[in-house]
Design a protein around this ligand. Structure first.
Ligand SMILES: [Zn+2]
Length: 322
């Protein structure tokens, strides 16, 4: 049998295209949107559902990573077959069904960050869950892409029956007026303070604040992972003899920060502390062979971490039947 050369592959493809290009194919209208982003998987007795919210294509400049050049960042993007100077930021919330409780970890962008994201509620509906069914919302940190889904643009609560639980140090930092004053000259961060007030001020009495390290729902532990923000928190979910590490924003884009955990991107408020938390978490995930999930990983945002050279690689979970 002859080896498949590039030329013979292209010739075969052209032939196949010619065969397929009948009127029936040409008449089908091109779809204008992606299919639903819902992916279910098991963890012990729990059922987990990844709920895609969308992707933000964020232009970045040469100063995006403090301790790597723009050329190095572009090379890392190119190694992942991505265009330079553009960061695709994917958003995926995680629903945990413990059998008795429905727990939502982070809440999506609610269409308030970019018009290419904001479909988490549509996907929740496809998953057969109404917002009123959610018992508990766990928040990792107060960046808008994680808390905006709590309210509509008009300020109405989206999950009327959910108890909202947030990390105490995150609340203490963002809801403090003196801290907000200190960031008055930093427009981007100052906006986050105002947004945290928009979401939480009028429901402050209902928001439960937990100390990172505490159990926050049946089988769900919070894990302090400070650095990305002052109170940034990860979680671990345990059922039967299985565990999932919910890394939140400790580890974001795999092609940048799984491969280069020491890099300090400008979105980490304390670069060295975030890099330390990231390296420790990736090391634990790799050595314990843990299933991991991260809010900004490509959908369905779960897989395993493998040690590789001076960094790590994401081995993505394979789409599988239940
Ligand atoms: Zn985020």
């Amino acid at each position: 049998m002859s080896a498949l050369t590039r030329r013979s592959f292209l010739a075969a493809s052209a032939g196949a295209a010619a065969t397929l290009a009948g009127p029936a194919v040409a008449a089908a209208p091109e779809a204008e949107m992606q299919g639903p982003g819902v992916y279910r998987y098991k963890l012990g007795d729990y059922q987990l559902t990844a709920l895609y919210d969308g992707t933000w294509f964020l232009p970045i400049d040469d100063k995006f990573v403090h301790n790597a050049s723009g050329a190095q960042v572009d090379e890392a993007l190119s190694d992942a077959f991505l265009p330079p100077k553009m960061l695709p930021i994917s958003f995926t919330a995680l629903l945990v069904n413990t059998g008795s409780k429905l727990v939502l970890i982070d809440t999506g962008t609610a269409g308030q960050i970019t018009d290419t994201a904001g479909v988490m509620l549509d996907n929740l509906k496809v998953a057969g869950v109404a917002p009123a069914d959610i018992d508990t919302i766990l928040i990792s940190h107060f960046h808008p892409d994680h808390i905006d889904g709590i309210k509509t643009k008009d300020g109405d609560k989206v999950f009327p029956n959910a108890e909202i639980k947030v990390p105490e140090p995150e609340w203490a930092f963002w809801m403090d007026d003196a801290n907000m004053g200190r960031y008055a000259g930093a427009a981007a961060v100052h906006k986050y303070f105002l947004n945290a007030r928009r979401i939480f001020s009028d429901i402050a009495g209902e928001v439960h604040r937990f100390k990172p390290g505490a159990e926050v729902a049946p089988g769900i532990m919070s894990i302090p992972a400070f650095g990305h923000t002052p109170g940034h928190t990860a979680f671990s979910v345990h059922s039967g003899n299985q565990s999932l590490l919910v890394m939140s924003d400790t580890v974001r884009e795999p092609w940048l920060l799984v491969r280069h955990p020491q890099w300090q991107p400008s979105y980490d408020m304390d670069g060295p502390m975030a890099a330390k938390a990231r390296t420790q978490m990736l090391d634990r995930a790799a050595s314990d062979r843990m299933l991991v999930e991260a809010y900004h990983f490509p959908f369905p945002a779960c897989g395993h971490i493998v040690k590789s050279g001076s960094g790590y690689e994401l081995a993505p979970a394979m789409w599988a039947p239940l």
